[in-house]
Design a protein around this ligand. Structure first.
Ligand code: DX5
Ligand code: ZN
Length: 221
């Protein structure tokens, strides 16, 4: 199964409710939370995400690019986010945090920056519902896809398959019509796209085109 999760980092922040309704065919809404410490950019916090959760017809896929995730990640699960993903470096106890998120009813995800090795986390893959392999340096939308991350995607896919895990393998950064099939071939099944969904045209049409390419049905657009 292929999931397309539009990133509202590329939406209009003062027309957020409108822009949430323009992605009615999305699987989840990708919400990039940045604290200007873990990454050099600042977006929304729990108050904004509480309102997004309240008005969004689509469940939330929260991507935390923040420090102190032991303190803050559970807050997003309590808000009702369907999925909460934290970066591996932001906690010393990723398995314990994932368990806490699951206990609060959220899916638990771990994110790997381009420079972060997947190997230390693969023995614990059953503890996670999602592994996010970043295909850009986190912090900003509109960057170029890093094709050199595909071996890491394949490595996570192989580990998941070997473990019989149904973990979602997400890629985030530079996913568009020219790169999504490459990421799918490497084993990704969950695709974040900001610019490619909201940049131009009708977001739902853009989602359909991305989904068709990721599904290998190039002619079903
Ligand atoms: C980057 C964010 C991404 C970003 C992707 O740090 O995690 O989710 O919104 O934007 P595009 O799809 O434009 O690369
Ligand atoms: Zn993201």
């Amino acid at each position: 199964m292929v999931r397309i999760n539009p990133s509202i980092l590329a939406a209009d922040f003062v027309n957020m409710e409108r822009d949430l309704r323009r992605i009615s065919t999305a699987d989840l809404v990708h919400v990039d939370v940045m604290d200007n410490h873990f990454v050099p950019n600042l977006t929304f916090g729990p108050q904004m995400v509480t309102r997004i959760q309240a008005v969004s017809p689509i469940p939330l896929d929260v991507h935390l690019m923040i420090e102190n995730v032991d303190r803050w990640a559970p807050e997003y699960a309590k808000i009702g986010a369907a999925s909460v993903t934290f970066h591996a470096e932001a906690t010393e106890k990723p398995v314990e945090l994932a368990r806490a998120l699951r206990a609060l009813g959220s899916r638990a995800g771990i994110a790997l920056k381009p420079g972060t090795d997947a190997a230390p986390y693969l023995d614990d893959i059953a503890e996670f519902d999602q592994v996010l392999v970043m295909t850009v340096e986190p912090g900003f939308g509109g960057q170029s896809f890093m094709a050199d991350m595909m071996p890491k995607v394949q490595q996570v896919r192989d580990a998941a398959d070997a473990a019989g895990s149904s973990v979602w393998l997400q890629v985030d950064g530079g996913i568009d019509l020219s790169t999504i099939a490459t990421a799918r071939s490497a084993g990704a099944d969950t695709f974040v796209a900001g610019s490619a969904v909201y940049g131009s045209g009708d977001p739902d049409v853009n989602i359909a085109e991305l989904r068709a390419l990721a599904s290998g049905h190039q002619h079903e657009v």
